[in-house]
Design a protein around this ligand. Structure first.
Ligand SMILES: NC(=O)c1ccc[n+]([C@@H]2O[C@H](COP(=O)([O-])OP(=O)(O)OC[C@H]3O[C@@H](n4cnc5c(N)ncnc54)[C@H](O)[C@@H]3O)[C@@H](O)[C@H]2O)c1
Length: 210
């Protein structure tokens, strides 16, 4: 039996980008594409795209390209977004409000099911279609609804404490918007979104003229 090949993280990281581009093509009414066209749209070589997809089997036929709806379905299955993932949000501040209103989660496989905060002034208030709940109710909610994903949008000074609470409650994946590195057990998946980090990665390459 052939050994299962470990897919490099960098490849996994490109799959959602392919999926997003394919969904744009589908919305344009397109049926067929090629690794060349996808590569041109994304600034990635066609060979790289073919190699990335080859980790998951054979897609499309030589010379005829990929059927867009089929490749979308394959990628959705591979990324496990062929289902809906419930997630919670902690922090109902400026960013929390923006996230609560964001329409882009649902079509891509995610449903925000609860929002928590520790400010008595905010608890009980509506935010989008939700009512802000006391963060003390988080553990019970997570256990009862078997939620696996949390988005943290609290100040950096509170993020570790909130992450600990999430992990204890059974959360398995954290999207952390607070600009701080979280110490969590190895089994917990964490992704960081910090625009300043991305900006700093660009300023390294900018000239000194400014
Ligand atoms: N990644 C990004 O794009 C991005 C952009 C802006 C801000 N941020 C970061 O996101 C976080 C939130 O920013 P903001 O502008 O919304 O801040 P904010 O002050 O408007 O909101 C933070 C919210 O967290 C709540 N909170 C504080 N401690 C808590 C705790 N222990 N439990 C539950 N709730 C708690 C506060 O009551 C408040 O409602 C900050 O860490 C900020 O640096 C990230």
């Amino acid at each position: 039996m052939a050994a299962v090949q470990k897919v490099p993280d960098i490849v996994v990281g490109r799959l959602p980008v392919y999926l997003r581009a394919l969904q744009v093509m589908a919305a344009e009414g397109r049926e067929i594409t090629s690794s060349q066209e996808l590569g041109e749209r994304l600034g990635i070589s066609s060979a790289q795209i073919r190699k990335d997809l080859s980790y998951f089997g054979t897609f499309g036929k030589q010379g005829t390209g990929y059927r867009i709806p089929d490749l979308i379905e394959h990628l959705r299955r591979i990324l496990k977004v062929d289902r809906t993932w419930d997630m919670i949000l902690i922090g109902a501040g400026n960013l929390g409000h923006a996230l609560a209103q964001y329409q882009g989660f649902t079509p891509r496989g995610f449903r925000l099911v609860a929002i928590f905060d520790n400010d008595p002034e905010k608890i009980g208030r509506p935010i989008g279609p939700h009512v802000i709940q006391d963060v003390q109710e988080l553990p019970e909610f997570v256990r009862a609804h078997r939620v696996q994903i949390a988005m943290i949008a609290v100040p950096a000074s509170a993020a570790q404490q909130v992450a600990d609470l999430c992990v204890e409650a059974g959360i398995r994946a954290i999207l952390n918007y607070a600009p701080i590195h979280l110490k969590v057990p190895k089994r917990i998946l964490v992704q960081y979104i910090d625009p300043a980090i991305h900006l700093q990665q660009m300023t390294y390459y900018l000239g000194n003229e400014g």
